[in-house]
Every structure is written in C-alpha cells, then in structure tokens.
Ligand binder design. Structure first.
Ligand code: B12
Ligand code: SF4
Length: 488
C-alpha cells in the first residue's frame, strides 16, 4: 500500500488541491491501495502518518516536495519516519528533488527520487519495489548505487489527456474550497503541463526542458464542469505554468465555460497575451476571467534579456497593464528582484519605478516583488557560483539555518546582493505591501488595511523606504506578514 504525503506549504485554510499527489493517485486508482496525508489540511501530520504506518501494510511513502517550507517539512518528517519505520521505501518527487537530486539522495532517508512527471514512472517503480527490484528499467528515477548515483533516462513529456480524472472523491473537497479573489469556493486545476519557454531563473525549465502539452478544451471543460456541478465550485485557479500559450485552445474553452457562470485566474506571458485578438479578450471577460498573473520580472530591458525572457520588454509590461484595465481583468505582476550581477542597484531602482508606473496605469493591479534565488542552470546561476554559491551536499544541510534562509528567500547567496541592497528591497516591500496590500487570498479586516495605508502613505508618496521598521512591525502585528509560510 502507498501513502502519499503532501507537506504543508500554505498558511492555514489556504491549501489548494494537492494536484501532484492527486495526479499520481489518479493513475493508481482501482489498481493499488493508497491513502493521503495533506499537511495543509492536517496541520500536525506526523502523528497521523506514524499511526497510519502502524496500522496499515504501507510499504511505500511518496512525498511531494517543492522548495520553501514544504521542503523543510518534508526533511524533518521523512527523517523521523525512516527512524521509526526503516523498512518503508521512501520516494521523493516534485520540483525540489528533480533539481537537487544528488543532495536529496545523499541522505539516508530518501531511497528514490523521481525526476519530472510521475504518471508512468511511479507505477513502474512500485512494481519493481514489490517485484524484481530491477530499478535500472524504471524511467525518470535516480537512486544510490554503491558510492555513485544512477540517473535513469527520462520519458517524453506526459500527455495530460491520458491522465484519468483526478480522484476527488478520495479527499474531503470542502477542505479545498477556499475563498479567493475569484470565488467563495475556489478550486485548482492544471490544464497544461510544462512550458515551452526558457527563462533562466525558473525551475520549470530545468524540469520540463522547455516542453509543453495541453489538455483539449473538452477535457478541461469536463473537469471544470465536474468541480462546479458536484463540488459547488464558483471560481477556479488554473495552476498551469503558462495557461495562455494557445489562443485557439483558450477560445474554445471559454466558449464552453460561458454557461457555467464561474470566475477564473491563471498565469500568462506578457508577449503572448499582447498578441491576443480583441474578440478573444472580450470572450475571456464574458467567460469569467478575473485575474492574470504575469511574470514582469524587471524594470530593465537588459535584465529581461539576461534572463532569457524572449521578446518581453518593459514597454510591453506597461501595455498589458492597459489592456487588462480595458477588459476589467486584474493584472498581477511578479518581479524577480536582485538578479542583475553587475547593475544590481540600477535594476532594483528601475523595477521599483516600474511598479509605481503600473500602479498608476491601473491602481487595481497587484505587485509581487520576490527576491531572486538561483536555480541550478543558466548564466546568472554561473555567476552566482563564481561568486561562491555552493548548494548543500545533503538534506540535513538543506535544513540548516543558513539554507532555510535561502529556501525562504531571505538570503539568496548571490554575492552581488549586498546587505544594503537586500534591505532596500525588504524596506520597499514593507512600504509597498502596507500601501497596496494583496487581495488574492486574505480576507483582511478593512480597519487593518486603513491603519497600514495611513502609516505608509507618506513613505510611498515620497519613495522613502529607508528603515521602515514601524511598517515591518505593523505588518507582523496586523497581517502576521511576512510569515514563514508566505507563498506567491
Ligand atoms: C500551485 C503552486 C503553488 C501553491 C501550492 C498549492 C497547494 N497545493 O497548496 C503555493 C501557492 C502554496 C506555492 C508556493 C510556492 N511555490 Co509553487 N507552484 C504552484 C504551481 C503553480 C502548480 C503546482 C502543481 O500543483 N502542479 C500540478 C502537478 C500535477 O504537477 P507537479 O506538482 O509538477 O507534480 C508532478 C511531478 O512533479 C511529479 N511529482 C510531484 N510530486 C511527486 C511526488 C512523488 C512521490 C512522485 C513519485 C512524483 C511527484 O509527478 C506529478 C505528476 O506528474 C507550480 C507551477 C506548475 N504549474 O507546476 C508552482 C511552482 C512549483 N512553485 C514554485 C515555487 C518556487 C514556489 C515557492 C517557493 C515560491 C515562493 N514564493 O517562495 C512557494 C513555496 C511555498 C512554501 N511555503 O513551501 C516553483 C518551483 C520551481 C523551483 N524553483 O523549484 C514553481 C514551478 C513555479 C515557478 N514557475 O517557478 N506554489
Ligand atoms: S514563461 Fe513562466 S513558466 Fe515559462 S519558463 Fe518563463 S517563467 Fe518559467
């Protein structure tokens, strides 16, 4: 029997459907006994996992791991599970182990890493664990082989149309019906896998190697309709890396979704969406599109080029803000701050200025200024390595204070982001977040937002960010932010 574990990665009551484990469960449904533990629902999951292991014939623990708090929780809990149940085989999959495979396997408490997608490879691994143990025949997996590591070749990208519908009946769907900007009962769905682009700060490139495959509009509609009719969904977040790649697919899906009367959110590329026809924008608006999350990344064209952002320019970012305003679509812009190894301050200043301009174009847009932390490929990473970046050698090291700060984006280990520049970003973020709080997830009391606005107003207007301690304290007291569990 397999136990899926999705470690906690959101603040309480904001856990989305754990799509990774559900995708794997979908292909095992009816063929294999399994159970789930989701740390976003079960806030103290370890005792539950231990008791399930005690009472059931579980021989495989399958853990899903993305960077951040999820990785930290996964390390602490896996270690304890291995100590108490040494015979249970432990498999890690997801973005973190796919990118940091050897440091994951350098830890005695993970037996296998499954790199990339698991729908075909994971059932095959289960077969070999229970049968001939001929692991060299299992695609996508890595494991220790004496003093070396065996990395088996990867399969071509998996077609999401082949995946059976997710086994929603195996979880309590009310746990995942969360209030967001798009609905009172918002669910998540992934309608395409991977991404064809190659932005060199993005983990998707390292895992999907610029490959992309989408569900047909019929297939996506089937899932959306089921979520609405059976589980009372009124809003949906499409958790695709880039939902809008094919305008034709989006048009067909929107036409189908019109009668459902739901609202939706997704992520898209600025350059792609500027190519969309006016009629498509109108159709998307009528079909309930409320918000798009764009990677704007930087206020300097030179940085965008260095990041391999393709044809995206700063001018285009401003243009898309206008377009979204025109069609009543709220635009979210994500920024990767502190990535330019030589013009670091110039890039930070230009990015801050761009946020001001975007807010002027459309005061309803949302800004998400993140700090760049290197992923293990590309030219910016190479320069970070030249500056001394060395990833941890094993999971115990990943869980140390130093690397906890890295994975929580509090110390990116890039030599060029000096303490002074780091503080500049942190102080700007405090001023900005107080003046423009995020609306997506949190339903925050209006008085709290008013207090924050009053205190931050003069700083925001004067662009004076230095030493914004009072705002950092207020944010902590009123919004418990920035919290350890903060995500995008
Ligand atoms: C939804 C989401 C979130 C949600 C989580 C939702 C939830 N259930 O609560 C939230 C908002 C919390 C989140 C947070 C973060 N996220 Co996130 N997130 C996503 C997103 C959009 C979708 C993930 C998903 O469900 N995919 C659908 C499933 C089916 O695919 P999958 O997860 O890849 O799973 C497949 C394989 O990976 C594999 N697999 C996965 N797990 C396992 C386990 C086993 C045992 C096996 C065998 C196989 C396996 O098989 C699955 C089926 O093929 C992805 C982008 C994307 N589209 O994938 C980013 C993404 C995963 N997130 C990312 C990041 C960086 C983060 C943050 C660290 C960002 C931050 N602001 O700090 C935080 C970390 C939060 C934390 N505190 O730990 C990056 C990871 C890349 C990287 N650098 O490593 C991504 C790729 C976004 C990006 N483009 O950069 N995220
Ligand atoms: S377009 Fe988005 S998902 Fe695709 S590679 Fe660039 S940042 Fe990653």
């Amino acid at each position: 029997m397999t136990l899926f574990y999705y470690p906690q990665n959101t603040p309480p009551k904001l856990g989305r459907l754990p799509l990774s484990t559900l995708a794997l469960a979908a292909v095992l449904e009816g063929k294999e006994e399994y159970d789930f533990v989701d740390g976003n629902v079960q806030r103290n999951p370890l005792p539950l996992i231990l008791s399930l292991l005690e009472k059931n014939p579980i021989d495989v623990l399958a853990v899903s791991v993305m960077p951040g708090t999820q990785m930290l929780n996964a390390i602490h809990h896996t270690k304890e599970i291995r100590r108490k149940f040494p015979n249970v085989k432990i498999v890690w999959g997801g973005y973190f182990p796919s990118m940091h495979t050897e440091s994951t396997l350098n830890s005695e408490y993970v037996d296998f890493v499954l790199r990339g997608q698991g729908e075909i490879a994971f059932p095959k691994l289960l077969e070999e664990i229970r049968g001939n143990k001929n692991y060299s025949s299992v695609p996508n997996i890595s494991y220790r082989n004496g003093n070396t590591f065996q990395h088996n070749p990867e399969l071509p990208i998996y077609d999401p149309n082949e995946r059976p519908l997710l086994p929603y009946h195996r979880v309590n769907m009310d746990d995942y019906a969360i209030p967001t900007f798009v609905g009172k009962r918002t669910f998540a769905h992934e309608s395409s896998v991977g991404c064809p682009h190659k932005c060199n700060f993005c983990g998707v490139v390292d895992v999907f190697h610029s490959r992309w495959k989408a569900e047909t509009p019929e297939r996506t509609f089937e899932a959306v309709k089921l979520l609405k009719e059976k589980y009372g969904m009124d809003g949906i977040e499409f958790h695709d890396s880039d939902f809008f790649i094919s305008e034709e697919r989006v048009v067909e899906l929107c036409e189908k979704m019109l009668p459902l009367n739901i609202q939706w959110w997704s992520e898209g590329r600025i350059d792609e969406m500027l190519r969309y026809k006016k009629e498509t924008w109108k159709l998307m608006e009528r079909a309930g599109l409320k918000m798009i999350f764009f990677g704007a990344e930087s206020g300097l064209d030179e940085t965008l080029q260095m990041m391999d952002k393709g044809r995206v320019t700063v001018a285009q970012t401003k243009e898309i803000a206008e377009v979204c305003k025109q069609y009543n679509v709220q635009s979210e812009f994500s920024f990767v701050m502190g990535s330019h190894p030589t013009k670091t301050e110039e890039d930070i200043d230009a990015t801050i200025n761009l946020m001001y301009e975007l807010e002027k174009i459309n005061p309803n847009s949302q800004m998400h200024p993140f700090i760049y932390t290197p992923v293990p490929f590309g030219n910016i990473y190479d320069q970070a390595v030249e500056g001394g970046l060395r990833y941890p050698k094993n999971l115990d090291e990943w869980a140390s204070h130093e690397w906890e700060m890295y994975t929580l984006r509090k110390n990116p280990h890039t030599k060029w982001l000096t303490k002074k520049l780091f503080n500049k970003i942190i102080n700007f973020r405090a001023v900005h977040q107080s003046y423009y709080p995020k609306v997506n997830d949190k339903i925050v009391a209006k008085w709290k937002l008013d207090v924050l606005k009053i205190f931050s107003s003069w700083r925001y207007k004067a662009k004076f960010f230095n030493g914004a301690y009072e705002l950092r304290l207020l944010l902590k007291l009123l919004l418990n932010s920035p919290s350890k569990n903060e995500s995008f």
